[in-house]
Design a protein around this ligand. Structure first.
Ligand code: SF4
Length: 314
């Protein structure tokens, strides 16, 4: 299998930045779940969690730059004590705020106030819902997670999320429960919509299906189960040159819980800093220019094959 850069060269392609419009904020690796496919190795035992000082640096950076979209992820962002503060402040800096949720955490410890805040600020929720099969989901995400996810989806639907014309966006994210590539997003969206409506009366706006990224706990599982080489071959064989145009790193900058910049959450997990060289802290960034100039090359590695497999990862 050729290195990712070699494959780009073979196709006369180069991965470079376009205009940056999305700020992705990883508030930490603390999570109530320990999913088998997690590229960040997040879990209940992780201590990495964004503090108020870093949150303030990021808010002033967002105020300076004026992003179109701010995408808050983790771990489980709901477990960060500064999430409400971030949502309130960032809602004034960008037209769209998204929070990525594993759903089960929304059933814990009175999350109603947070959900009300997100509803009030029209925060879009991007919820992990890998499979319609209970045993597959629980095998990947933990015992009872399938039912906990349905309970949380019901709660969100009751608050208007995913309902037609409510303006409260609820999107689902599906990923394979093993070392194989996902079926077409269109097919999956149709099937999930039919089955969730029919069996549980649950509605949502869009479904996005992604391949699992061979990093973190998923990489460990691939290696331990002897699937690593075959999975990398599968990703490389599915390389789609057209997918390069839409990969997220071209228009996104990712900032970690301790304030360092990356091209995306996967490069963050792989420890590849923005630009591939010296780590840059958000407090050193005076607005947009400099490290985010359109045309600058993006540091890549073999996990990037995940983003260019089939219809790609956008
Ligand atoms: S893994 Fe990150 S850097 Fe690599 S192609 Fe995907 S989005 Fe870009």
């Amino acid at each position: 299998m050729d290195h990712f850069n070699k494959t780009l060269e073979k196709h006369g392609l180069e991965l470079t930045r376009l205009e940056t419009s999305i700020l992705q904020i990883n508030v930490g690796l603390l999570c109530n779940q320990e999913c088998r496919h997690c590229h960040l190795d997040a879990g209940p035992g992780r201590r990495e969690n964004m503090d108020l000082k870093t949150a303030d640096h990021i808010i002033s950076y967002a105020e300076k730059c004026g992003f179109n979209t701010i995408d808050i992820t983790g771990g489980a962002p709901e477990l960060n004590p500064n999430l409400e503060y971030l949502v309130k402040a960032l809602s004034k800096t960008a037209p769209k705020i998204m929070v990525r949720s594993n759903l089960s955490v929304l059933n814990k410890n009175k999350r109603e106030r947070l959900i009300e805040l997100m509803t009030k600020n029209r925060v879009a929720i991007v919820a992990s819902f890998p499979s319609l099969d209970e045993s597959q989901t629980n095998a990947q995400r933990g015992e009872g997670i399938f039912q906990a996810s349905l309970d949380a989806l019901h709660k969100l639907n009751d608050m208007g999320y995913g309902q037609p014309d409510s303006g409260l966006e609820l999107n689902l994210v599906s990923n394979p429960t093993g070392a194989f590539l996902p079926p077409s997003q269109e097919q999956s969206e149709k099937r999930f919509r039919d089955v969730l409506q029919r069996k549980s009366g649950i509605v949502f706006n869009h479904l996005y299906s992604f391949a699992n990224v061979p990093l973190g706990r998923f990489r460990e599982w691939l290696v331990a189960s002897g699937n690593f080489d075959a999975y990398m071959e599968k990703l490389a064989k599915a390389f789609n040159p057209c997918a390069i145009d839409g990969v997220m790193c071209r228009t996104l900058v990712s900032v970690s819980w301790d304030g360092y910049l990356y091209a995306c959450d996967f490069n963050l997990a792989a420890g590849i800093p923005l630009g591939g060289k010296k780590k840059v802290h958000v407090s050193d960034m005076q607005g947009m220019p400099g490290k985010l100039e359109p045309g600058l090359p993006i540091a890549t590695a073999d996990h990037c094959y995940t983003c260019t497999a089939g219809s790609g990862f956008t």
